[in-house]
Design a protein around this ligand. Structure first.
Ligand code: FAD
Length: 308
């Protein structure tokens, strides 16, 4: 119930203004967001990569209303790739993009606009020796996002996609994408979706996740297992043994600031672990989705208003 309310609140401009201007909430936001500017993100990237973790950088720029904002988001990614190329870390530092921020949400031309804006980012990533992963947003964007994935993979086969286990369609999508060269990030799903197309019950979402995981781990692609759920991490490691997969032929992914000790423990145990590092001024939607995932985060957030 609380999670649903928060997902609704993620679209509230008034609440966004309140949270953004209340200084007491800043430490709470900082737990999940690496900062507002590129140097902040690069500091986080250096800390994580020095500690043996890989990174995917997300520039927070959702909810755009015109094509010029989409171009600004594209340019922000080009600057990120310019800044990470000299680090010489290749695929250890990649970028994640939300196609809504590249124009996908701007009416009938949105699909073509997003493709035109993301293509130069995929080219810049290739020049920097790294990759782009297309985040998945709400279900209305899934066909367009997977269509853009297919287009980009013609020239950049390592472009990654995200599939959400809560959607009924996802097992079929996993089968289609579990092929050589593909990179699929499997998540439970973070948006509020109708019962006609998505599992609503947490256990059903978890069981669907395991079914999808089995398809991806048995396939020839590179599964990116994005979860903080200890049970799913353990099942992934069992499946890796069963299919004789070496670490690096699959990877774990977790979010910046969440289960950081577990990220480190898995990496020290020889697993490839990538941390999703969001930064930027437009952090509100991302932040409320993280609160919605866990009631304890809401308590942490509310406590920040209590003095002393
Ligand atoms: P849960 O059952 O939610 O959590 C398992 C345990 O993890 C919890 O008990 C808790 O200990 C810990 N935990 C989980 N979430 C939090 C939190 N917010 N704060 C503190 N502890 C927490 N979703 C999309 O819809 N599209 C995407 O493109 C997308 N990309 C993602 C990329 C990465 C790298 C990750 C890790 C997640 C991404 N997600 C995305 C979010 C995902 O869909 C889930 O909402 C999120 O990961 C929580 O699910 P979980 O698998 O961690 O399991």
């Amino acid at each position: 119930m609380l999670g649903r309310l928060l997902l609704t609140a993620s679209h509230s401009d008034r609440l966004r203004d309140f949270v953004a201007t209340a200084p007491v909430t800043r430490p709470v936001v900082d737990r999940f967001v690496a900062g507002e500017e590129l140097p902040d993100a690069l500091t986080a990237v250096r800390g994580l990569t020095d500690g043996g973790l890989d990174v995917t950088i997300d520039y927070l720029g959702e909810d755009i209303t015109d094509a010029s904002q989409a171009e600004r988001n594209r340019d922000a990614y080009l600057r990120i790739l310019d800044a990470v190329a000299p680090l010489g870390l290749g695929g250890r530092v990649e970028v994640s993009v939300k196609l809504s921020a590249f124009g996908q949400s701007l009416g009938a031309d949105g699909h073509a606009l997003a493709l035109a804006n993301v293509r130069p980012v995929a080219e810049a990533a290739a020049r920097a020796g790294t990759t782009v992963t297309l985040d998945m947003e709400d279900h209305t964007t899934a066909d367009s996002t997977l269509g853009i994935l297919d287009e980009l993979r013609r020239d950049h086969p390592g472009t990654g996609a995200v599939l959400q286990s809560y959607l009924f369609r996802t097992e079929d999508d996993c089968r289609r994408l579990a092929t050589a060269g593909s990179r699929v990030r499997l998540v439970k799903g973070a948006y509020r979706e109708p019962a006609s197309i998505a599992h609503q019950d947490r256990r059903a979402v978890d069981l669907a996740y395991v079914r999808c995981l089995k398809i991806l781990m048995a396939g020839d692609g590179h599964p990116m297992v994005a979860t903080h759920d200890p049970r799913l991490v353990a099942i992934t490691r069992e499946l890796a043994l069963r299919h004789e997969r070496q670490p690096g032929t699959y990877e774990f992914q977790m979010l910046y600031g969440i289960r950081t000790a577990e990220q480190q423990r898995l990496a020290e145990d020889g697993e490839k672990v990538r941390v999703y590092v969001p930064f930027g001024t437009d952090w509100y939607g991302y932040f409320t989705r993280r609160l919605a995932e866990r009631p304890a985060n809401v308590a942490f957030f509310l406590r920040s208003f209590v003095p002393g």
